[in-house]
Design a protein around this ligand. Structure first.
Ligand SMILES: [Fe+2]
Ligand SMILES: [Fe+2]
Ligand SMILES: [Fe+2]
Length: 320
């Protein structure tokens, strides 16, 4: 279970971090949108963790992230039509945008794979069901982020971009790391990735008659490095307050109240979440409240959304 918390924490830290630096508004909107959903997953898993193992998730997030409801997981199940965004264009996209999209797609993919492949071995039924439900949301997140990539990118340019992203991440880790032992590991990994990057560039030159300078206009110079270890509390509070009632409508985001009544979102919600008592992400909070009179949270002040402040009843209406 600690692994789960760290996957959600990683997704949240990365997403908040990337969204704050992102200049392309459509990519930034996508990051802010899924941010609130992984934020809610952290809350649901933290309740399960405390309920079953008595572990306080506050200690695992290092005080950098609050644990309180986001866009309720029940509201995150959308029709597949609404998970795909407009594709990016590498000819105009900033290199930080391309890095951000590559990084967050990888993080969401990893989260999805863990939930879908390993979590069916989890010991309790409510836990297995919660993983199964949230695994489906992670699939939506992967689809959203993957769709932001440039589909005209060739195999070898894509290879170069992957290796470049790995170099950027390890280089960022080295710069951020305070533990000398761990830093050594990142250094070894960076050296390996640099070798891969050279190989990718060689292949690009050999088979496409072009090199990295045609892929990265600034000669491959890294943009501002990624940095962990800072609080994302204020940033997430702002996004939560302003956009919690949003959902996706085709390639864009709108207030759920603006959708026509016969919209796909409501049809799919009516199939998946018809019976509230069978929705694991809701049930886990209900179970916790039943045993403890109120839910588990770690808040620095009240949840910025009034509808999400009640700790004695899980909200199932915000965002749907
Ligand atoms: Fe998540
Ligand atoms: Fe996610
Ligand atoms: Fe590599």
């Amino acid at each position: 279970m600690e692994t789960t918390i760290s996957y959600e924490q990683l997704a949240i830290e990365l997403t908040a971090n990337l969204a704050q630096r992102e200049s392309d508004m459509s990519v930034k909107k996508a990051l802010d949108f899924a941010l609130l959903e992984d934020f809610d997953h952290l809350y649901r898993f933290s309740n399960l963790l405390m309920m079953e193992q008595g572990i306080d998730a506050k200690n695992l997030v290092g005080g950098f992230t609050e644990i309180t409801p986001g866009r309720p997981t029940i509201s995150e199940h959308r029709h597949p039509y609404d998970d795909v965004r407009y594709a990016g264009d590498n000819k105009v996209a900033d290199s930080i945008t391309r890095l951000n999209v590559a990084i967050i797609t990888a993080a969401e993919q990893q989260t999805m794979n863990f939930y879908m492949n390993v979590a069916n071995l989890y010991k309790s039924e409510i836990g297995r069901k919660l993983f199964a439900e949230i695994g489906m949301i992670e699939e939506q997140h992967v689809s959203q982020y993957e769709s932001l990539m440039d589909p005209t990118c060739t195999w070898l340019v894509s290879l170069l971009e992957h290796e470049y992203t790995e170099c950027y991440l390890y280089y960022s880790m080295i710069n951020d790391e305070t533990d000398e032992q761990i830093k050594r590991i990142w250094e070894v990994c960076l050296e390996q990735e640099i070798a891969h990057l050279h190989k990718a560039n060689e292949l690009l030159t050999k088979y496409e008659n072009r090199d990295y300078t045609t892929v990265y206009k600034n000669g491959g110079k890294f943009p501002e490095l990624l940095s962990f270890g800072k609080s994302n509390i204020e940033y997430i509070r702002k996004v939560l307050k302003n956009t919690v009632y949003n959902t996706a409508k085709k390639e864009d985001y709108v207030k759920v109240s603006s959708l026509p009544q016969d919209y796909e979102f409501f049809k799919i919600q009516n199939i998946i979440n018809k019976n509230l008592a069978q929705v694991p992400s809701h049930k886990v909070i209900e179970m916790y409240i039943k045993n403890n009179k109120q839910d588990y949270r770690f808040e620095t002040s009240l949840n910025p959304v009034k509808d999400l402040q009640n700790r004695k009843e899980d909200n199932t209406t915000v965002g749907r």
